[in-house]
Write a new protein. Sequence first.
Length: 150
Amino acid sequence: MYKRIMVGIDESFMTSKVLDTAIELAKSSGASLIICHAVDETIFANRQMEMMLPNSVGKSEYRMRLGAQGFLGKAADTARAAGVEVEIKLIESEVKHVSDMLADAAAEWKADLIVAGTHGRRGMERYFIGSVAERLVRKAETSLLLVRGE
């Protein structure tokens, strides 16, 4: 069925549900799994922000990367404990939206399925925050499984 599954995770309440779904799919189909986390650095691309907080931007970027690496490592440990072959990938960009980064990573890795969560936001919250899942549906060139929030 699927041979290369990419799962995109963040540090939200959805993470364990999305990761567990991807692990189960990988186990049942004997697929390889790559766990990706996209760091949205668009806020740091704003040079005015860097000028206002000259000593904080670099430290914040470093902390984000360090935290993401630890987060990805724990997710990989969970997959390995379940008997799944796994890689991790930290994706970052100062110009691309998270959905673009995930779609590009899936194409580069030649994934045949992307697993991602949807928070189920509605109304003003969705308008201001946007939807990575919705944008992935439009941009990804491979099959996509959306795991719904509680």
